[in-house]
Design a protein around this ligand. Structure first.
Ligand code: DX5
Ligand code: ZN
Length: 212
């Protein structure tokens, strides 16, 4: 089963509750993109928004932190209602195992993400400490970008480097029915999709196509 995680970055934020209710019946997770204007050249949503939407849905909160110094904010993101915290290796480097431990000590799932120019070998020592490895197939910062196919082949490398059979390999950026199919055929078991889901005329149908 592929875990589909719709990215609310592509939502109409004036109607966030309605937008979440549109996908709620069809998916187990929701992907929440947090950007700080430093790690990526964009600013999105943060802790107060997560706290508010925690009250209106029981979906699993898959929180993707695209921020510098993630360790400073992780406790607050967890207290706001996050279930999975994924942070970037490029923002953590040597601090990576400590940050994974910080998340796990709070009883939550830990994810580690790599940008398009980061080689999977750089995170080989940390893969087996994680619940999720998130491979970016666009430069993080914006929704609606073109899928970078060369990055998808990192799925095979991560699979080789991992000895956990319950590792979730998640792909984020430019996912649609075709790119999603390539990723799942290579071994991805979770797909993030923003524009493909939220800009489609039939959301249920778009999600069903991704699941296949
Ligand atoms: C990009 C974000 C993605 C983004 C995906 O930095 O991490 O989650 O919302 O959007 P699409 O699916 O439109 O590429
Ligand atoms: Zn994301």
């Amino acid at each position: 089963m592929t875990i589909i995680s719709p990215s609310i970055l592509s939502c109409d934020f004036a109607n966030l509750e309605k937008e979440i209710k549109k996908i709620e019946p069809y998916v187990p997770w929701i992907h929440i993109d947090v950007m700080d204007g430093h790690f990526v050249p964009n600013i999105s949503i943060g802790i107060p928004v997560i706290k508010s939407i925690r009250k209106i849905t029981n979906l699993f909160f898959d929180v993707h932190l695209m921020i510098q110094n993630p360790e400073k904010y992780i406790d607050a993101f967890i207290d706001a209602g996050s279930d999975l915290i994924t942070f970037h290796y490029e923002a953590a480097r040597d601090k990576t195992p400590k940050i994974i431990e910080q998340i796990k000590n709070k009883g939550k799932k830990a994810g580690l993400s790599i940008k398009p120019n980061t080689n999977p070998n750089e995170i080989k020592d940390y893969i087996n400490l994680c619940d999720v490895i998130l491979i970016m197939t666009v430069e993080p910062g914006f929704g609606g970008q073109k899928f970078m196919e060369n990055c998808a082949y990192k799925i095979t490398d991560i699979k080789k480097l991992s000895c956990k059979n319950d590792l979730i390999i998640q792909i984020d950026g430019g996912i649609n029915d075709l790119t999603g199919k390539l990723c799942t055929s290579l071994g991805a078991n979770s797909l993030v999709a923003g524009n493909y889901i939220y800009k489609s005329k039939n959301i249920q149908n778009a999600i069903e196509l991704l699941k296949k």
